[in-house]
Ligand binder design. Sequence first.
Ligand SMILES: Cc1cc2nc3c(=O)[nH]c(=O)nc-3n(C[C@H](O)[C@H](O)[C@H](O)COP(=O)(O)OP(=O)(O)OC[C@H]3O[C@@H](n4cnc5c(N)ncnc54)[C@H](O)[C@@H]3O)c2cc1C
Ligand code: SF4
Length: 182
Amino acid sequence: MLRLPEFNYVRPRSLREATKALAALGPEAMAVAGGTDVYPKMKRGQFTPRHLVSLRGLRELKGIRQTKDGLWIGAGESLTAVSRHRVIAKRLPALAHAAGSVSTPQLRNMGTIGGNVLVDTRCNYYDQTFFWRQAVGFCMKKDGQICLVAPGSEKCLAIASSDTAPVLVSLGAVAVLVNKQG
Ligand SMILES: Cc1cc2nc3c(=O)[nH]c(=O)nc-3n(C[C@H](O)[C@H](O)[C@H](O)COP(=O)(O)OP(=O)(O)OC[C@H]3O[C@@H](n4cnc5c(N)ncnc54)[C@H](O)[C@@H]3O)c2cc1C
Ligand code: SF4
């Protein structure tokens, strides 16, 4: 059985606290929302953060509402909520369909739209256990020097795997980014 390694769990009460924590903890920290990608990857040694800053329960990341420019979708909304939202289903059916196509109901209940947009790239040589990757000699995406798919390549060729990102791009969506300065 693959086990989660030890880590420090930070549970901010506001978006401001979360951005401050991420800035203070630096590259050894990662944000986690639903955790459906982060936790399996920690078990497989693909992600090795010492600290996780939880975005669950941040009310600033919740809500789906109409604005004068269009529709505002909180990054912390679950894929289930996005796929079932009345206005999204009516005005942006492709997005509702994409969110509803992700994996299984359990995963859509935990997984968020923010996490889906930022989900890690996929590759058959990378999405394996630590032991498997160690046996083939690791690749440059994590712990190795070369790309095992294309050894002559100077960059990783793993592909985007998000179901909602291509639809959001085609709809001309805009992402709002926040850091500790605002
Ligand atoms: C068995 C299985 C099947 C899957 N099938 C699919 C599929 O069919 N289609 C698909 O698209 N995906 C699939 N996934 C991937 C993943 O579950 C989904 O993409 C999910 O939406 C990720 O959301 P999350 O909230 O769990 O993200 P997390 O795992 O919490 O985070 C994912 C990444 O996003 C970052 N992040 C999350 N929220 C924010 C935020 N608000 N601001 C900044 N950074 C943030 C995290 O730091 C991390 O880098 C699958 C995963 C598993 C385990
Ligand atoms: S470096 Fe090559 S082998 Fe490794 S994840 Fe990227 S594409 Fe796959």
